[in-house]
Design a protein. Sequence first.
Length: 220
Amino acid sequence: MNIQFEHVSVAFDKQIVLKDIKLEIKEGEFISLVGESGVGKTTFLRLLYFDLLPTDGTVRVGLFSSATIRKREIPQLRKMLGISFQDFKLLEDRNVHDNIAFVLEVVRQKKDFIKERIPEVLSLVGLEKKQHAMPHELSGGEQARVMLARAIANQPEILLADEPMGNLDLKTGMEILEVLKTINKNETTVIMASHNMEIVKKAGARVLQLKDGRLTDLNK
């Protein structure tokens, strides 16, 4: 699915957060979204899964348009997206397998699909031996991997990752980056928001910078 922003602006209580953004992201791209804390990176991502609608302009994700979408259609869009935000913590009372199974059960996937898919995504993120581990038994890096596995379990066309490295050290952050690259190679569009420029440089991806409400493509 391609993504388009057509003169998109967002304001909260008359304070403009995003200003007149024009952008196209093509299917299969890897995007690094950078900017200091509070500049609107999370707001940008929320626009993509229609958790927020623009104050002005139009966001298009595949065939879905913010200008015409109905509330009952939004879940259809979200089934095509994987979302990994720091706020979406693992369920502490469930092991790794059951954390991933939960999101698949919510979208009513069949039991056979769930049984086959969980080992696949855990292998993809390098945690095939951690199916039965509880969240408190995992390192910070392992928890980040499980959150990514959970986000891609339903085979999304687009993965939105908001600060997936969090407060991890550089070595662990680089390991998470490699996981994201692997996901991207499987034809999933990846949009990663990060303030860590060292990791962003290593990503070698297209870089979009948010500053003072404006979006700049640093690759142009």
